[in-house]
Design a protein around this ligand. Structure first.
Ligand SMILES: Cc1cc2nc3c(=O)[nH]c(=O)nc-3n(C[C@H](O)[C@H](O)[C@H](O)COP(=O)(O)O)c2cc1C
Length: 382
């Protein structure tokens, strides 16, 4: 069965799949551009772009961008978006994911508009002022929520203050990679699982004039996509599966860490952003869990809720430094994010985005669903 097109504002794509933004550095020009070139929506992450173009950026002796201007750098983001659009060949669409919690949020939203983003996607906090920052620009706005209540608050605020509504909304359940919009214990409760949250969010979206609802967090296969579309979703956002692609912008070691992970290695940590953060147990995480505080001072001033290192000091790590270290390929010191399904990637192995899209649209058999042994060769960590 062919999947339906996805329309978000004036953007229409053939394949109703959004590749979720993955910071720091997993979804930049190569991944987002390649996904868009297949007719889906590729999403560039706007966080930590100073790591991608160090030539533009003032850094300390460990390579960490200094201050929020350098870590979320305007020209670096523009270069990434320009490149992603070139790789897309004009197909699909390019979105930008901007964490609502980042310092300089408004400025980064304006940078994304100037760079020609088709869509801005924003979560990890409620993007209540987003329309103000884009100031009538021709860009679709898509908040990420974890409840009907959050959607209601965004719609009420945007309608009253700015006379506009979201062009679509992403409902993200608690199996996703990175930050969770739930309390730790709620992530495991039945009532907070994606399929159980969807009906109330669909109802809320209908009340505001049929805002398209896109589901995210643990969506894995063509079958899952069909199931959620049948329930009333207009599309899906998926991230973890895209890590195991040649085009994913992460270094090979990152992909190997995810491919090697066992189910029990994927856990939730407390993050300086104030939400549970889903990561893989790697040497730094083991040290943290054994009581070592790995905070080394605030250099990048990356997220507002951290309060220039106050929260990082409490939880024992700086999120920008640790995700930056992973992007630089530092297995010992980095933090490596995955969705709860990351352990299932073994059977996929590293493939091209085109092949993954064929699998997700039912054109090719899904190797991760076959019973029995791992079919693909998994590169081993040295
Ligand atoms: C490595 C990684 C990094 C992520 N970084 C971000 C991010 O910077 N901002 C964001 O809104 N979501 C982020 N996410 C969440 C994804 O965009 C996506 O919504 C979610 O992971 C979907 O669930 P799935 O990974 O099970 O497909 C990240 C996910 C992963 C796996």
């Amino acid at each position: 069965m062919d999947l339906p097109k996805l329309r978000i504002g004036r953007v229409e794509v053939d394949i109703p799949i959004i590749q979720g933004g993955m910071g720091v550095g997993l979804s930049w020009e190569n991944l987002a551009g390649s996904v868009a070139s297949c007719g889906a929506i590729g999403v560039v992450s706007a966080v930590g772009t100073g790591y991608r173009h160090p030539d533009l950026v003032e850094r300390d002796k460990f390579g960490r961008p200094i201050g929020s201007y350098n870590i979320h750098h305007p020209e670096a983001l523009k270069r990434i978006i320009r490149e992603a659009k070139a790789i897309s060949g004009g197909r699909g669409a390019i979105g930008v994911n901007i964490l609502a919690a980042i310092t300089d949020y408004g400025r980064v939203a304006r940078d994304a508009v100037e760079a020609g983003a088709d869509i801005i996607i924003s979560g990890a906090g409620l993007p209540l002022k987003l329309p103000q920052y884009v100031d009538g620009a021709d860009v679709a706005l898509v908040p990420i929520v974890s409840s009907a209540r959050a959607l209601n608050l965004i719609c009420r605020t945007w309608k009253k203050r700015y006379g506009r509504l979201p062009d679509a909304v992403i409902l993200e359940g608690p199996k996703s990679g990175g930050h969770q919009g739930f309390k730790y214990e709620d992530c495991f409760k039945r009532e907070f699982q994606l399929e159980n949250l969807l009906p109330s969010v669909l109802e809320e979206a209908r009340r505001w004039g049929n805002i398209p609802v896109i589901v995210a967090g643990g969506v894995w296969s063509y079958r899952d996509i069909l199931r959620f579309l049948k329930m009333g979703a207009s599309g899906v956002q998926m991230a973890t599966r895209f890590i195991a692609t040649h085009e994913c912008d992460a270094p090979l070691i990152y992909k190997e860490v995810v491919l090697e992970a066992k189910k029990e290695d994927i856990i939730l940590l407390k993050s300086p952003v104030g939400y549970p953060l889903r990561v893989i147990r790697t040497p730094f995480v083991e040290r943290l869990l054994s009581g070592v505080n790995g905070w080394k001072g605030c250099v990048s001033n990356c997220v507002t809720p951290c309060n220039r290192g106050e929260e990082a000091k409490k939880v024992g790590f700086c999120i920008a430094d640790r995700l930056g270290a992973a992007w630089l390929g530092n297995y010992e010191e980095g933090i490596f994010i995955s969705g709860a399904n990351g352990y299932r990637l073994k059977k996929q192995g590293i493939i091209h985005v085109k092949e993954l899209i064929d699998i997700l649209t039912g054109k090719k058999e899904d190797p991760t669903l076959s019973k029995g042994r791992v079919r693909r060769i998994v590169p081993l960590l040295k």
